[in-house]
Structures are given as C-alpha cells and as structure tokens.
Design a protein around this ligand. Structure first.
Ligand code: MN3
Length: 384
C-alpha cells in the first residue's frame, strides 16, 4: 500500500524536495494534500502534477487566484490557516509532513497528532515553542513523530535497534554557517546577501539566517531535548564545517554511533517518509577519498551569543523557548528587510527574554498569548 502524504508548506525548500522524493518513488508514496502560505502559482503547478485530493492556500486573499488556476480540475481548494488545521484530520492521510516556516506549524501539527496521524516533523519551532505539550499529546494519541531535520534524523537513525539502552549524551553537529571564525566587528556589518550564502546546505531564508547566527543550532538543541527525552546537559554542540557527520549518540558504555553522508535534505526526508524501511536511491554517494580530513571545533559563544541564549531558554523552560522563538522570528524578518543589523537580532531576543513575564507551566493558550505579546514587544524595538 502506498503511503498517502499531506505536505504542509509544499512550496518551500523542504516541501519541494519532498515532492522530488515522492516523484522518484511513485510506487511508495502519493500526495493527498498540499498547502502553501502565499505562492499560488507554484502550488497550482504542483497540484496539476501530483493530483492531490485537496490544496489549501493560507493567505485567504489568494483563494480566487488559486481556484482560477485550478479551474476544471477535480482538486478541492480551500484557504486560510483554519482550513489547514482542519484538513490534516482527513481519513485518507497517513503521514503529515510539517514543512511550514516557524510558529505557524504549531497548531496544524497539534491537530494532526490529535487525529492520530504519523508526523514527519520538519518544523522545529513546533517543539521549541511547545515541546512538552506536543510530546504528551503524541504519547497520549500513540502518534510517532519522525524527525526530518538532518541532525535529528541522524540521532534517530543511531537509536534504531537500541531498545531501552539509555543515551548518555548526544553530539549535535553544526556547520558553523557562513561566518564561522569571524568576530563581532565583522559581523556588525554583514548584509543579508552575505548571510544567505550557506556553505553546505540549500535551505529557506529563515533557517539560513538562523544558521548564520547559530540560533538554528540552539533551536535544534531544544528540538532534540523533546524528541529524545533528554536533559539540557546531555546535549553538546560540535562545529563540523564539512557537514558530513550529521550528529552522534554516546551510550552509557562510552560507545558513540554517528550517522554520515553527503549533506542533502532529501535523505532525511526520505528516511522519515519511508521509516522503518530504507528506500533505494540514486543520490550521489559519499567518498572518504574526497574528504581526507573531517574537522571538529567548539562553538564560538563569544561571537555567536544566540546559541547561549537558546541554551538559557532551554534551561529556564516554561514559556521562555516560546519567547526566544517569537523574538527570533521578528528579528530575522527585520534583518531580511534591512531594518536591523546582524548583531541587533541578538539584542532583540535578549531584551524580549528579559521583558516578557515568565510562566513556569504554560498551557497551550499561555503559549499562544506569549507568542503574540513577544511579537508585539520585539516589533516595538525595531525603530526604522
Ligand atoms: Mn538541521
């Protein structure tokens, strides 16, 4: 039986690569639902090619454009975020791939879990904002969450076959981004064009900026904590510029398992969709002879303070990771619009973490209001 997939965020970087993977394996997967935020042209093109049952455009103003583009087709068309949250409950969906950007992934993911759908999680912010709530829900509804993020996929792959063997610690690898080795004087003046040029990975704009500031690794540490039930002190970040070792697990006997491969998001996407099977591919293979050296360094916390902020948020827990995430989303957006400099992103996040009230045991509603409040405050710090 083919696995029927809903892709939330099909026009983004992960979404388009997921569709390539599905296209290459038509006997294994079929597309049931596609959703996008704004890009109606690409969404309509994907819909014509993959013939899903339903498509949803989040931006309601684009509804008429989308229906016009899909005129005379049997595909059902809806608009709005509420429609996305409802559509994931469809009986004919086996796996929901959550590939939208940022906080917007949270509510649809919760709905999908409540509907008992297997989750292929590409939206790390869901676990950053509400990891404890989401994991409890997944446990309650007996739902599996398979990571798509390459580092978490690596850890997940290292854990296959380990049963109850406890994790002593994990090593989360980081490329270090385009500014590895640079200092604050340099970073003050970098432009978004510099920051959008990632050395190893092709990704969307938001995550590429997060990689340049190292916030991405902080968000991933929080994501890993919830995915694998870890304490913050069991997570160590290792800078590994070649992005070949995708992460590693150390067990209680001292043995370390790592997962390796060329940096290509299609591999973790395929592993999450195909689990527990490995699907045969023609992807280029890693060669040891091309990489006579693999390097590992400590992260530079002086020049990349966002990583420290994220670990602080993880330690404080409660609604602080939600504050961190909302302030970061506002800061990245402002940086991408040339409204603030690279280092000012950190100031906005730090001030938001100080200003917004701490809630020790937030419910989902508390997190929703923390998100709104933080966005308002962070925005007020952006002057231009
Ligand atoms: Mn990653």
């Amino acid at each position: 039986m083919k696995k029927r997939i809903a892709i939330l965020g099909s026009t983004g970087s992960i979404g388009t690569q997921a569709l390539e993977v599905i296209k290459e394996n038509p006997d294994q997967f079929e597309v049931e639902v596609l959703t996008a935020f704004n890009n109606v042209e690409l969404l309509a093109k994907q819909a014509k090619e993959f013939k899903p049952n339903t498509v949803v455009i989040a931006n309601e103003e684009k509804y008429n454009d989308l229906t016009a583009l899909l005129e005379n087709s049997p595909i059902k068309v809806y608009a709005g975020n509420d429609s996305i949250s409802q559509i994931v409950e469809m009986d004919t969906i086996d796996i929901v791939l959550t590939a939208m950007v940022g906080y917007s992934g949270l509510l649809p993911t919760i709905k999908a879990i409540k509907a008992g759908k297997t989750i292929a999680l590409a939206n790390k912010e869901t676990l950053v904002v509400a990891g404890e709530i989401v994991q409890k829900l997944a446990f309650h509804h007996k739902v599996s969450i398979y990571p798509v993020d390459s580092e978490h996929s690596a850890i997940f792959q290292c854990l296959v076959g380990e049963g109850q063997n406890a994790i002593e610690k994990i090593y989360l690898t980081a490329s270090g981004g385009p500014f590895r080795g640079k200092d604050l004087d340099f970073l003050k003046n970098v432009t978004k064009e510099n920051a959008l040029r990632h050395p190893n990975w092709e990704m969307g704009a938001k995550i590429t900026i997060d990689s340049a500031t190292m916030m991405n690794k902080g968000l991933e540490a929080i994501e890993a904590r919830w995915l694998f039930g870890l304490n913050p002190n069991q997570i160590e970040v290792v800078v590994h510029p070649q992005s070949i070792v995708h992460s590693a697990v150390q067990f209680e006997d001292g043995s370390i398992k790592a997962q390796m491969g060329l940096p290509d998001m299609k591999l973790p996407i395929l592993y999450a969709l195909g689990f527990p099977d490995r699907v045969k591919t023609e992807f280029p293979r890693f060669s040891f002879w091309d990489y006579p050296e693999l390097n590992f360094e400590k992260p530079d916390l002086t020049n990349f303070p966002n990583l420290t902020l994220a670990f602080k948020a993880m330690d404080q827990c409660g609604n602080v990771p939600c504050i961190l995430n909302a302030a970061n989303e506002i800061a990245v957006e402002a940086f991408l619009k040339d409204k603030i400099g690279f280092c000012e992103m950190t100031d906005i996040i730090e001030q938001s973490m100080q200003k917004i009230d701490y809630i020790k045991h937030p419910e989902l509603d508390d997190l929703i209001s923390t998100d709104i409040e933080t966005r308002k405050f962070s925005q007020s710090l952006i002057k231009r």
